[in-house]
Design a protein. Structure first.
Length: 341
């Protein structure tokens, strides 16, 4: 537990970009010992940067209705408390389950805004928090760092530590686009230089969903308003419904995007249903792991039994499957120096 606490503290500690400047500037060397002037423009990061920041375009709070019904999302009242009844009949209160506006931002060491940038939008599963699960248990920032890709991570907090897949504001048409636009601005601030803004605002997006993250991912692709920016979707045992939305999105983007769905017995039937829908739309797909995730690639990868589901983000067809999948996307490799740093 002490080791975990130290690691989490290191990941979430303030970065140099946000440190208070020294009152006394350091003396500059002169003559032969003078340092070379820093190059102009945005530069690769020497170390990774992580931040938890409240978004205006957050998933929650959500004060509208459940899609497809006239039922208010917050359908339970107890005094001043408002709550939501989940599909399992459990009541979760708005405070604290549906009130966290924060998103996790992460830029790996070597991140270079002068090169093509890929934004990974990660939807965590049920019963999760950003700190405990996305950072520590699922090791998403570490897997991105080790992928060797020029990736910026953004992960919204969904229902806090609850058995609920509600999409919140991602149910709303256009919200996904607003979220991605705000993410680009927040990531630019985390990087610490406005020179990074252009690439982040133009960056393609890969939507990654694990388990219950399938629902906000489906609505983001279906009505999010930024389909033109989505380069692909990676489902990590995450197809528990809304197959029609994924099928329609892939059929409409078959020449521009990829879809990788790796799954256990838990979502076997839903993956078969999606394949049938793609057959009707004449979208070709494979049933094994591809070598690269090029535009037009659609692949379904069976990985084992139900016992694998809980650790699927770190143990699927291989250890650290997210790292492996992201490394398969061409065109975003980080440039390493001769020492491999």
């Amino acid at each position: 537990m002490k080791r975990r606490a130290l690691l989490l503290g290191a990941l979430l500690m303030p970065t140099a970009a946000h440190a208070r400047p020294s009152k006394k500037p350091a003396k500059q060397p002169t003559g032969k010992s003078a340092a070379k002037p820093k190059p102009f423009g945005a530069q690769p990061l020497n170390e990774g940067r992580t931040q938890l920041v409240a978004f205006n375009a957050s998933a929650f709070p959500y004060r509208s209705v459940v899609p497809g019904s006239s039922k208010p999302f917050l359908d339970v009242k107890n005094g001043k408390q408002l709550g939501h009844t989940s599909l399992r009949g459990e009541v979760y209160w708005e405070q604290p389950t549906y009130s966290d506006r924060r998103s996790l931002l992460y830029l790996p060491a070597g991140f270079d805004p002068q090169r093509p940038v890929l934004i990974v939008l990660y939807f965590h599963g049920q019963g999760a928090t950003l700190e405990r699960d996305v950072v520590m248990r699922q090791a998403v920032p570490r897997q991105i760092a080790e992928s060797g890709q020029n990736i910026a991570l953004v992960a919204p907090q969904l229902a806090v530590d609850a058995a609920d897949s509600s999409a919140g504001n991602f149910w709303k048409p256009g919200h996904f686009a607003a979220y991605v636009d705000e993410a680009a601005e927040r990531l630019m601030r985390l990087y610490g230089d406005r020179a990074a803004g252009r690439q982040l605002n133009l960056a393609s997006v890969v939507v990654v969903a694990y388990s219950g993250g399938y629902l906000p991912a489906a609505y983001a692709l279906d009505r999010g308003g930024a389909s033109h920016r989505v380069k692909g979707a990676i489902l990590l045992d995450a197809l528990y419904g809304d197959e029609d939305k994924y099928a329609a999105w892939m059929a409409g983007r078959r020449r521009q995007a990829f879809l990788l769905s790796a799954y256990t017995e838990s979502t076997k039937d839903e993956n078969a249903a999606l394949q049938g829908m793609l057959d009707k739309r004449r979208v070709a797909y494979g049933r094994s792991l591809p070598t690269t995730l090029n535009a037009g690639t659609v692949a379904f990868v069976p990985c084992g039994g139900l016992d694998m589901h809980g650790d699927f983000v770190t143990r699927a067809w291989r250890p650290d499957p997210l790292k492996a999948a992201l490394a398969m996307i061409p065109g975003y490799a980080l440039v390493r120096d001769k020492k491999g740093a």
